[in-house]
Design a binder for this molecule. Structure first.
Ligand code: G3I
Length: 368
């Protein structure tokens, strides 16, 4: 198309204006050459293939943002509480003082939209209220674990089908035996805190999918090695355990040398692999969103191609659905002191439009 002088000036003006605007509204869907809008939602294609696609969501966003809530119910057949199932939300004050409202609201949303609900995590070193840390210091670990896991998992029996029972127990960089993370649970109960948590969760709900969740196994040999050793140890002790979650917080610098072997070894132990927190960190501060989105899609494809070449995860969860609500923006903009930087690491953009990453997810599932 021949560009007239008028058109050139118009385009150049728009481009400079656009560079100033933080979140230049995505081109109207109709204008987008690569529109995926005609394709069915991810929930439809994953349901057909016997899989679940979902996202971590927060109750305020679901409650206050109808466009977001509609996008979640359109694209997902699974949701995960971003923090409503964590100790600091469920029992912030003292033992037995439960606050189930937010988690109940998420269950109601999931149930109303015929979605599954998985929850994260039961035992983690983060999101612990100070009173729990104090009790652990005082030696009340077993009592705490029992009086948290048993009533909580029982209450949601038949409502939450899968829990990350223990999250991020491995951190070889801490220098402890077997690569265990320096955790208040480890200090209070020793290494078998992990096995205890799984046995309690299974006692509370024998039908529950019990998951060990962690990260960095896809990129660091030592993390993959120590997580495999932990899982083997749990299986050798007949610990009830069904799947290992790969969080998959990806970034553009990563390569995935340990990933394929890790997935194969987990499957050899009779366990499933699930993808639990997929998103992609891409740091650039320029506003060429289309370039950023393509880099993010390529990295997503690189990771998923490796995983799906050796196994078939039955659950793919992204850690958020739309860039409008992404922990990456919260955390990385603070870390980098870039108040106006916005992440683009999720399947839908700031205005809930599908992006190349969405299409990578769609094509990955469609070709199964
Ligand atoms: O809801 C309260 C709000 O009332 C209060 O005013 C505010 C003040 O700080 O805090 C709000 O709670 C925050 C919550 O997110 C909701 O925004 C917590 O402080 C904050 O710690 C919490 O962060 C979550 C973090 O886990 C810790 O639980 C992030 O949203 C969540 O994305 C992040 O997710 C973790 C996974 O669970 C495990 N894998 C890594 C992943 C990213 O860190």
């Amino acid at each position: 198309m021949k560009m007239t002088r008028r058109k050139f000036i118009e385009t150049a003006t728009m481009a400079s204006l656009g560079a100033i605007m933080l979140n230049w509204p995505k081109k109207a869907k109709a204008e987008r050459e690569d529109s995926y809008d005609s394709l069915p939602p991810l929930r439809e294609i994953t349901t057909k293939k016997g899989l679940l696609f979902g996202a971590a969501v927060g109750t305020p966003n679901l409650k206050n943002d109808r466009l977001f809530s509609d996008a979640v119910s359109r694209e997902c057949n699974l949701i995960v509480p971003e923090y409503e199932a964590k100790w600091r939300t469920l029992m912030p004050e003292h033992l037995g003082a439960w606050h189930f409202e937010a988690l109940d609201a998420l269950y109601e949303y999931a149930d109303n939209h015929m979605m599954k609900l998985r929850a994260v995590p039961l035992i983690w070193h983060e999101a612990l209220p100070d009173w729990v840390k104090e009790k652990l210091e005082q030696g009340d670990g077993q009592k705490l674990m029992e009086e948290y896991i048993l009533p909580l998992v029982s209450r949601y029996r038949g409502k939450i089908f899968s829990w990350d029972v223990v999250n991020e127990a491995i951190r070889p960089q801490d220098g402890l035996e077997n690569g265990l993370r320096k955790s208040p649970w480890l200090k209070a109960l020793g290494p078998d805190y992990i096995e205890r948590a799984f046995r309690l969760a299974h006692e509370a709900d024998p039908d529950l999918q019990l998951v060990y969740n962690d990260f960095r196994m896809e990129i660091l040999e030592e993390n993959a090695r120590d997580i495999l050793a932990l899982v083997r140890h749990l299986k050798d002790k007949d610990t009830p355990l069904h799947a290992v979650g790969i969080q998959a917080h990806l970034d553009l610098k990563q390569t995935y040398a340990p990933l394929a072997h890790f997935c194969k070894e987990i499957n050899k132990m009779g366990l499933d692999i699930i993808i639990t927190e997929l998103d992609v960190y891409e740091p650039s501060i320029d506003f060429d969103n289309e370039r950023r989105d393509q880099l993010i899609a390529d990295k997503t494809k690189e990771f998923l191609d490796i995983v799906f070449s050796v196994t078939r995860p039955k659950q793919i969860v992204t850690w958020g659905l739309s860039d409008r609500y992404s922990w990456l923006t919260d955390i990385k903009s603070k870390e980098r002191k870039l108040a106006h930087w916005r992440a683009r690491g999720l399947p839908l953009d700031y205005n809930y439009c599908r992006k190349p990453m969405w299409n990578v997810l769609y094509e990955t599932v469609q070709k199964l």
